[in-house]
Write a protein that binds this ligand. Structure first.
Ligand code: ZN
Length: 904
């Protein structure tokens, strides 16, 4: 037997044995397993302590620093006997950082739930003392200009646990790994400490970890049930996987919508680690997975050397797992394509990212056809592979450092044979500044020229162009954002197939092929518009709708009880630049007399921050188009949305809407659980938002209440799958899907039915799924649901195959699909979807249902289509659909359906 497989009885552990509730005698692990099985049979699955060895036993039986408490001594129970809460894990790491000269805390923020975010650097005491200078000297390796790897260069590893909060074996393993590194006096560990700096991040998603741990600890009694049907194995909605706003943080390494990822990526770029470990759990019938993943589905920009190093490290994991007689698999199921994941992002940054997936017990123990497992066993595997990673990376230290140096050297010279000098993004100011802010967080060098620049024959004023030079260290990452790939080595994806940044921000990308003019390398800081000077005596202000901040401003004005109006026809004011499109917001002095000073103060404050142009209106008389007092100028009702969440809705989808309203727009909203919908007085709300979901929990009573609400003049916003439910319940009239001609339906590359093989079935299904792609839509800019976009083409992000037929009345349609811009969509799906309905309005009684086929704020990354959502909730209640043109022969009950909201 390997010594690592024996129960550990380190000195420190023995010293305070009285605090440890139950101890097994020091017997070999294999024997323990046999005993465990016997006990399991004897008690017919009711004991919580009979199975599962102490994961502490995975740690080598090393001499240890005695003063430092083991996790069991610190917590008062063995690791794996309960689920640790985040505050407990954090307290243990704080304790280590105070007691051990091998540890320093690196706090990097606070979650939405006000929980501390921190990594802990573990290294030799003399390195910990000089941590800052080590961090700074590492920069040489990643500038692309370093010839030699300095002799004293350290291996840096980022070791992250439980980005998914309910994948608990990971976060529960972290204290043991840290304890080992902080206390072992073995030659091996002392050498690791000499050679490297280990940034241990015990909980990447503290809010999710706590949501899960609190539930898991409360959902079982003294005797843990092994039955997967038991309550303790089935979390209530939304589960602990996601963060505070129900986002998947392991998709947020690119969007950086949340403080967890913002802080972590900042730390990543401060340290530029060589290896990033990412510990997860998968389904309870699976064994254990470590990368490499599916070879054909690796991101095409991942260097070959990265793949070799991943394989070499895998040999160490295999050895450790074989020694423990644990089953595992590689090169299946998981891929390394979408670089917004923790194991893929490092691969485009000169590091090696490695994903680990442990089959979950979810609760404390689980028995199924394939396995009998205790939570302790799962923690033990995470500890094993943490140690095998440390071992493997240390053996490969020189290779990893040289790989990193080479990666950045090649990055700098990669463009030399290439005429591409820069990607130039052009578009509205707020989109440019949002894209720039995101790129800055990813350590990408950008410039916003201070004078107008000429690109592709068009002049762009300051603030409306972003220059991203190709001669920079992070060019690999930049390329992955800018190239709209549509064909791939294999058209199957574990996650999305594109994350094309220009589409996400609705910017045009130009490839600049000649030398960069000096004037392009200047940097505009702060707003470009002229200073805003409040004019007490003007007739009011016009707020142009194209900028991303406009809805936020309107929400703030509404909080002041301001009367906000909106134009529905083009207007021209007396001064230059006063061409206002339909959808321009007006805040007029006359109806806001009592509040005028506060409104001006708010406009002034926001102008300083956003630099927007609120144009003063000299008079109610316009030069052309309706005057300000015209009935075509509509008053917006006070926005007071009800967001339906909970069982039956998809938590990610609901969370994306909630986060957008709460953070991006600053719009207060009431969240109601599906099960309580019948208790709500719906008339109190200006609109009801149904995020994508099955709505299987809603009954006929709910349907009747929603119908009554809409018929009475209410506004129901249905997104994604909610539309299908609304159609099924006849709140929305569905147009039958037109049959495609056999020629159009056929995928030219597809095999005929007789050629299909049984073994290809799952791939064949996946090939027809849309994992995530950008489609272009054409909008009707005169349609109130499509107001405020910079032009008539709007990219949307689609991750479903569901198709909605275009309504027969063309006035219902705000946007239809016209093309695929980036990502994989099968030929058959292209022909099905183009054209079909992307956003439209379906009238019912005096009200209307507003329908958005795609989540307009996907993952907090897609900014291009968010205006569909803000229009739905701000302008939606005023929309009334004109009758269909006579020629269409379908003018049934569609006129005058919405009542005027004017209260005068
Ligand atoms: Zn996971």
């Amino acid at each position: 037997m390997e010594k690592t497989l024996h129960l550990h009885h380190g000195t420190a552990y023995h010293r305070s044995r009285e605090h440890v509730p139950v101890r097994f005698p020091p017997i070999p692990y294999a024997h323990l397993r046999a005993i465990r099985c016997i006990l399991f049979l004897a008690v017919a699955g009711v004991s919580s302590l009979a199975i599962g060895g102490d994961p502490m036993a995975v740690l080598p039986d090393d001499p240890r620093v005695e003063e430092i408490k083991s996790p069991a001594d610190f917590f008062g129970f063995e690791i794996g006997s309960r689920h640790l809460r985040h505050d407990q894990v954090h307290a243990y790491f704080r304790y280590l950082s105070e007691e051990s000269d091998r540890v320093a805390a690196l706090p990097y923020g606070q979650t939405h739930g006000a929980r501390p975010l921190s990594a802990f650097a573990i290294s030799a005491p003399e390195t910990i003392e000089q941590l800052d200078s080590h961090r700074k000297s590492r920069r040489k390796l990643t500038t692309g200009r370093s010839e030699q790897v300095p002799n004293d260069a350290k291996l840096v590893m980022y070791i992250g646990y439980s980005v998914h909060g309910d994948e608990a074996s990971a976060v529960n393993a972290a204290p043991l790994v840290a304890y080992h590194l902080c206390t072992s006096m073995s030659d091996e560990v002392l050498e690791w400490l000499q050679q490297g700096i280990y940034l241990v991040d015990p909980a990447l998603n503290p809010d999710g970890v706590d949501r899960f741990a609190n539930w898991a600890n409360e959902a079982r009694g003294q005797f843990a049930s092994p039955s997967s049907i038991a309550r303790e194995h089935n979390q209530p909605w939304p589960g602990g996987r996601s963060n505070y706003y129900w986002f998947d943080l392991n998709r947020d390494w690119l969007p950086l919508a949340h403080p967890e990822s913002q802080g972590r990526v900042k730390l990543f770029h401060q340290w530029k680690p060589n290896v990033v470990l990412d510990f997860h759990e998968m389904g309870g019938t699976s064994t254990f997975f470590f990368q490499p993943g599916i070879p054909a589905r690796t991101n095409p920009l991942t260097p070959d050397r990265n793949k070799e190093l991943t394989r070499l490290m895998a040999l160490e994991h295999a050895k450790a797992m074989d020694q423990a007689n644990e089953l595992y698999f590689t090169e299946e199921q998981f891929d390394d394509f979408y670089m917004g994941k923790g194991s893929t992002y490092p691969d485009l940054h000169g590091a090696v990212g490695i994903l680990f997936e442990q089959g979950s017990t979810r609760g404390l123990r689980l028995t199924n056809d394939l396995t009998q497992r205790h939570f302790r066993d799962t923690v033990a595997n995470q500890v094993r592979t943490s140690l095998s990673s440390l071992r493997g990376a240390n053996q490969l230290k020189t290779d990893l450092l040289e790989f990193q140096r080479d990666f950045y050297q090649k990055a700098l010279t990669s463009g030399e044979g290439d005429s591409l000098q820069a990607y130039v993004l052009t578009g509205s100011q707020s989109r440019i500044s949002a894209a720039r802010e995101l790129l800055r967080r990813h350590a990408v060098v950008t410039h916003v020229p201070t004078s107008p620049i000429l690109v592709d024959g068009e002049t762009f004023p300051p603030g409306q162009a972003l220059v991203v030079p190709t001669a920079q260290a992070e060019i690999t990452f930049v390329r992955s954002l800018m190239e709209p790939l549509q064909s791939f080595e294999e058209n199957l994806f574990y996650d999305v197939s594109t994350w094309h940044l220009p589409s996400a921000f609705d910017l045009t990308v130009h490839h600049h092929l000649t030398n960069l003019p000096d004037a392009w390398l200047t940097d505009l800081s702060g707003p470009t518009s002229e200073a805003f000077r409040a004019d007490q005596d003007c007739a009011g202000y016009a707020i142009r709708p194209e900028e991303l901040w406009a809805p936020r401003l309107i929400a703030s004005l509404m909080k002041l009880d301001a009367d906000i109006r909106i134009t529905t026809e083009p207007m021209r004011g007396s001064d230059e630049g006063q061409d206002w499109p339909p959808g321009t917001f007006l805040v007029l002095r006359q109806p806001n007399q009592t509040n005028w000073d506060r409104i001006l103060k708010l406009l002034e404050n926001r102008a300083t921050k956003d630099g927007w142009v609120a144009q003063a209106l000299a008079s109610s008389m316009t030069v052309s188009g309706p005057d300000l007092g015209s009935t075509t100028v509509r008053r917006l009702p006070r926005c007071n949305p009800l967001l339906v969440v909970g069982a039956g809705t998809i938590a990610y989808e609901a969370g994306a809407i909630w986060h957008f309203l709460d953070h991006r727009m600053g719009q207060p909203a009431t969240l109601v659980d599906t099960l309580q919908l019948a208790d709500v007085n719906l008339q109190d709300y200006s609109c009801i938002i149904l995020p994508s979901g099955s709505y299987s929990t809603l009954g006929e009573r709910h349907v009747a209440l929603l119908k009554e609400y809409v018929r009475g003049g209410g506004t129901l916003v249905g997104i994604g799958d909610a539309i299908a439910w609304l159609q099924q319940k006849e709140l929305v009239v569905s147009t039958p899907e037109k049959k495609l001609s056999p020629a159009a339906d056929g995928n030219r590359d597809a095999k005929s039915d007789t050629e299909l093989r049984f073994g290809d079935a799952s791939d064949a299904k996946a090939l027809e799924s849309i994992a995530g792609a950008f489609l272009m839509t054409k909008i009707d800019p005169t349609h109130p649901l499509a107001y405020g976009f910079p032009d008539t083409e709007v990219p949307v992000f689609r991750d479903s195959e569901t198709r909605f037929e275009l309504p027969t009345n063309p006035y219902q349609i705000a946007a239809r699909y016209t093309d695929v811009i980036a990502g994989y969509v099968s030929e058959r799906n292209r022909r099905r979807l183009i054209p079909s309905a992307a956003s439209w309005v379906s009238p019912l009684g005096k009200g209307r249902c507003i329908l958005l086929a795609d989540n307009p704020v996907f993952r907090g990354y897609v900014r291009s289509s968010e205006r569909f959502l803000t229009n739905a909730i701000l302008v939606g209640p005023t929309i009334s659909i004109p009758s269909a043109p006579i020629t269409n022969g379908s003018s049934e009950r569609q006129s005058g359906i919405a009542e005027e909201d004017h209260d005068h």
